[in-house]
Unconditional design. Structure first.
Length: 361
């Protein structure tokens, strides 16, 4: 049975998800003492969906469930409205949320094992707003502004009053949903830390944080910034379409984007093509084949990510050949999603509506 899996095995799986875990000691105690702990991730429905939000999220959620967790996904429609997505139009935001769910079904997420919760249902309960109010009372405006990167904003931006409310809502989500583990991206770290700081003061608990890696965009990374700031600046962004692979991109679009991607010869770190191999391709395929002419060494059959790293860093694989292989395997993963939105009437209608909306930052 799943819950009899050895704790060391479960921790190993969770380490695969977590680029950072705060704290592993607390996580071990949780697994020892709670039969089915609860983890959650949340997302703003905010336009087209790229592979970091689609395939990578499905991979991570599947691993968390395998490690014995109940998983809740919060569709943060009210949060998106507070952040002025689609000019706060909740009807459009909800349609985008339904579109995201269709993408996840098509890309292999076991949606039957995931509890989807709409923020628009949470806000009907006065108890939710009581938690939001207490979170706000326990913090200064300055402290809340320091978490603004969770909304894709910077501390230097002029925020609306609704955007000030957003981190208070996201913190309240954790306690209202009775979450043991906040399993969001590294860019959400600051608000999760805030929840840890104030949870016990408000009569709740100190949630554990498992922050997953933020997949790089396809462009050259910036040269400056601290580790977290740089990671956020490098992450895949919908606002730069050529830097992202979207879940309904055509085969030709995938090939074009990857062919132009930043991929310096022999360089492993801060190389988006290598990242795609690590976080997506070798998670979904047991091995890959790199096809090349005999005059360049012939085809290579690579059985692991570590083998790929060794060959690439030694210059035994040229970036062009690697890009060609990556484009092929990414397209193989996107193909079922693309076909779902071509052949399923409901999904097709959702996609057409979403693509017709003008997004706002």
């Amino acid at each position: 049975m799943l819950f009899k899996m050895d704790i060391n095995e479960r921790i190993k799986i969770l380490r695969e998800v977590g680029e950072e875990i705060i704290s592993e000691e607390e996580l071990i105690e949780l697994l020892k003492n709670k039969k089915e702990p609860v983890a959650y991730d949340g997302f703003e429905p905010s336009g087209n969906i790229h592979i970091a939000q689609g395939i990578l999220r499905a991979i991570n959620i599947s691993k968390i469930i395998k490690a014995g967790f109940k998983f809740k996904v919060l569709i943060a429609d009210w949060h998106a409205a507070a952040n002025n997505k689609f000019n706060g139009d909740l009807e459009k935001i909800r349609i985008v949320g339904e579109y995201f769910k269709e993408v996840w079904k098509a890309c292999g997420m076991d949606t039957d094992k995931v509890e989807f919760i709409w923020a628009s249902d949470l806000v009907k309960d006065p108890e939710y707003w009581k938690i939001v109010l207490n979170v706000a009372r326990a913090n200064t405006v300055t402290r809340i502004i320091r978490t603004s990167q969770i909304m894709g904003r910077s501390e230097s931006e002029t925020l609306s009053a609704a955007q000030i409310l957003y981190p208070c809502m996201q913190t309240a989500d954790i306690f209202y949903l009775k979450v043991d583990v906040a399993q969001l991206g590294m860019d959400q770290r600051k608000v999760n830390v805030l929840a840890r700081e104030i949870g016990e003061k408000l009569g709740f608990w100190k949630p554990i944080i498992i922050s997953h890696h933020m997949l790089m965009g396809l462009g050259k990374p910036p040269d400056t910034g601290n580790t977290l700031e740089k990671a956020i600046a490098m992450k895949m962004s919908k606002s730069i379409p050529d830097s992202s692979i979207f879940m309904t991109d055509t085969e030709q679009e995938i090939k074009q984007k990857i062919s132009k991607a930043y991929c310096p010869e022999k360089q492993i770190d801060e190389n988006p093509i290598i990242e795609y191999c690590k976080y997506i391709i070798f998670e979904k395929f047991e091995s890959i084949e790199i096809k090349r002419p005999e005059k360049f060494g012939g085809n290579l059959h690579i059985k692991s990510y570590n083998e790929l790293v060794k060959l690439f860093s030694n210059g035994e694989i040229h970036p062009i050949d690697l890009k060609t292989a990556v484009a092929y395997y990414i397209n193989e993963l996107i193909k079922p999603v693309r076909e779902h939105f071509e052949n399923n009437k409901h999904a097709k209608e959702l996609k057409e509506k979403v693509m017709s909306y003008k997004t706002t930052r």
